[in-house]
Design a protein around this ligand. Sequence first.
Ligand code: NAD
Length: 420
Amino acid sequence: MRQELLQNPVFHMAAAQFDRVADFLDLNDELRERCKWPKRLISVTVPVKLDSGEVKVFFAHRVQHHLTRGPVKGGLRYHPAVDLGEVAALAMWMNWKCALMDLPYGGGKGGIACDPRSMSSGELERMTRRFTMEILPFIGPEIDVMAPDMGTNEQTMAWMVDTYSTHQGYFAPSIVTGKPLTLQGSAGRTQATGHGVAFLASSALHKQNLPVEGATAVVQGFGNVGSYTASTMASYGIKVCGISDVNGAIWNDNGLNIYQLKEHVAKTGSIIGFKDSEAIAPDELLCQPCDILAPAALDRVITGENAGKLRCKILAEGANGPTTPEADAILDARGDIFVIPDILCNAGGVTVSYFEWVQNLQRFQWTEREVLSKLETMLQKTFEKVLAFATKHGVSQRVAAQSIAIKTVADAKAQRGLFP
Ligand code: NAD
């Protein structure tokens, strides 16, 4: 593989994190190489007839990091900035996330470089269906199972199920997760990631002997993860004082009414202009005093520039890769912020995706209560495991989480041996 294909700042960040943990684990050179590099990089072009009649070609990628412990699992992202290196980084993080949660999966990620907000529903459907056909030889319930990510949703997954099932000649719901309930999606999947972020943030408050009721929070992003993080926090009695989206940020000292904010966003498409709130500069939002800061939008938003200025007690990483290695070094030196690293904090999504896949394979549906209660049990168990590892080895919670995960994958590779 030409390593230049992966030149991308997000991949460099994921690789730097891996190297640090591989050094800590003292992985031998063979396992280090086998764990670090993705198994398959798949790039396809996707020609789509636009509503205007013009044909546009989109570039799409799918990276399957490894298949040592099961099929790869990971989201499909529609965003203008998607490129192969970024997708490879996200696949690597998915890998560690699945291993940390002890799910029988490797990590994968995909994306199409496009601006979904400027495309009609028909254009998105044609693009999704054509992409599914282009990638068909490389996916399957035992090979690669996709799910929604930024810019995609349950409708996208419904089109993928339909395209794959039509090609197979039978209904195959286990090809993707995050589907609508009518197509055997799982109860609880839509809110799972945000629910998990809020649940772990409240567990972190308990660990620090801080009250949950009346705690304050700031959430960056109000899409799937951000909105359910905020609404679950609000249901615990946490005051979500600040929220941002791509258009700007809003603030209310007494806590924003999240249910009304969701209605406002459903009507207007943005958080901007919400009653009972004042505008605040998005950069300032992250540095406001609060108990919990939950970045739930983009990668690399906590940087060497702003990490020293954060005034939260808990950093609950809803997004993938929100904290750069430079920021990590500053947070480690500060030692006053309790970090719930991304591969643990946002693992609720892939865990309920796993529940959905299991339900599909068994042709059996669980209730929302069963799903969320199983999710909370698994998150709490892994949270305790990460904290115990960090304490025992005197490392940060990020290094602890990644160490448990990378060791799990390395051990599996060592035990399977090398073919031929
Ligand atoms: P989404 O597309 O539903 O929402 C993204 C949100 O981010 C939107 O509210 C958008 O307005 C906002 N945003 C974009 N640019 C912004 C900016 N500059 N400042 C503030 N807000 C901005 O995406 P999502 O599914 O909620 O994913 C968000 C993050 O969580 C991504 O990093 C994704 O990889 C990660 N994640 C998602 C899931 C999942 O189940 N959806 C699971 C694990 C991790």
